[in-house]
Design a protein around this ligand. Structure first.
Ligand code: SAH
Length: 394
């Protein structure tokens, strides 16, 4: 069909804009909207509780609201502003991965990890990422925008709705218990909205997730680490270090050029002094690049005087990137060196190995398919599709 010839049935008006997601409507605005319909302000909390605590996915399902109001709400707002574009499920350990399409057609990823009686949501804070870490899929095309508070909360709600409230399996939780802010984006570059979203997540009448069950992972933005410390919360801080000296770190984490390890460690020390929360240092282990015995010794020297914990993350393959996973012997040597120096260390377990494309990679795949005009596989919000064999996730 020629692009220059108008279609006979060309719409006379542009397609209707998607309805605003209700989680992004400020309480004030919603109260005013309700007042116009002679509804009391307490309906705001009722609506929120329905979504955050009762798992309502439509206004129709909000049975404690008058029928007319439910219809009115449905005509003006949507419960979710995002759509499930892809839903992958790993049968081996009940890991779920969602690619969500946002109202502006951008895509983000989030993951539900379930083990040891915990259900952990790994959420994104930005579309893309501006930090440019050389081994990471999320930042390959830079950052597009910060997510809204509602978009962050929606990831939590959608993942929580995948937990089984009736489970009797001691290895599974009937609700969300933990949050790790380790999806796409740099959380501290969207700190104000993240803090708002986490406050909602902590609400006793909602998702009810305690501050100590929340981990925020950052590339290391010193001023923002201090701002987070001053927020007076008990969130756990994880700093992505990835190298024991500035020359190597700048090679792996380009933003280090302007920051430098000492300023990051200072800010992290302040965070610990202020909050009493021990800081975790993440270290993506890249075979042949930062996994040698000298790196381990240097890292041990850097951290041994500090109250710190190290999380070693063997690199998860990203298509097209020239890095490799460490060989087992090197990894064990690295662990031993840190332990002998009194540094607490753990190697991150892999989850959902059938589906665990490194964070940001699945979104790229879905976007590339869309750009090539291929119809993406249908979303399976209720019945997860067969596990898709793929690479690995952080
Ligand atoms: N911007 C934040 C959050 C990033 S995701 C940060 O830099 O911390 C959380 C962790 O996963 C970070 O330590 C990040 O460096 C790491 N990561 C990203 N891609 C990875 C990959 N392909 N393999 C292993 N870890 C990865």
């Amino acid at each position: 069909m020629s692009a220059t010839l108008p279609l006979l049935n060309e719409p006379t008006s542009p397609p209707a804009a998607p309805l605003p997601g209700i989680l992004d409507v400020p309480a004030e605005g919603l109260r005013a909207w309700l007042a116009e319909r002679r509804q009391p302000p307490m309906r705001v909390n009722q609506i929120r509780r329905q979504i955050l605590a009762n798992r309502a996915e439509s206004f129709e399902a909000m049975s404690d609201l008058p029928k007319d109001l439910r219809a009115d709400l449905a005509a003006s707002f949507s419960v979710f502003s995002t759509r499930v574009e892809r839903h992958l499920f790993a049968q081996s350990d009940d890991t779920h991965k969602l690619v969500l399409r946002l109202a502006d057609d951008r895509m983000i990823e989030c993951v539900l990890i379930q083990d040891d009686g915990r259900a952990t949501a790994c959420v994104s804070t930005q579309v893309g990422c501006g930090m440019g870490c050389v081994f990471c899929a999320s930042g390959l095309n830079g950052v597009v925008r910060n997510l809204t508070v509602g978009e962050i909360v929606e990831q939590l709600v959608r993942l929580r709705n995948l937990t089984d409230p009736t489970t009797t399996n001691p290895d599974r939780a009937p609700r969300l218990t933990h949050i790790v802010v380790m999806g796409m984006g740099e959380p501290l570059a969207n700190l104000d909205r993240l803090l708002e979203a986490l406050a909602i997540a902590g609400d006793k009448n909602g998702l009810c997730i305690g501050q100590r069950h929340v981990t925020i992972s950052t590339v290391g933005l010193p001023a923002k680490i201090r701002q987070l410390a001053e927020a007076g919360k008990q969130y756990h801080l994880a700093v992505s270090l990835h190298a024991p000296n500035d020359a190597l770190r700048t090679q792996i984490v380009p933003t280090n050029d302007k920051t430098g390890i000492p300023a990051i460690l200072d800010a992290a020390d302040d965070f610990y002094a202020r909050t009493g929360r021990q800081v975790t240092y993440e270290y993506v282990v890249l075979g042949g690049l930062n996994d040698g015995p000298t790196h381990a010794k240097e890292l041990a020297r850097l951290l041994s005087g500090r109250k710190a914990h190290v999380n070693l993350i063997p690199w998860n393959d990203v298509d097209g990137l020239p890095y490799r996973r460490p060989v087992e012997g090197n990894l064990q040597g690295f662990v031993d060196t840190l332990r002998h120096s009194g540094v607490s260390v753990k190697v991150r377990k892999r989850k959902g190995t059938e589906i665990d494309a490194a964070c940001g990679q699945l979104r790229r795949k879905v976007e590339q398919e869309a750009a090539a005009g291929r119809e993406p596989a249908p979303a399976a919000a209720t019945a997860p599709p067969d596990p898709v064999p793929a690479a690995a996730a952080p």
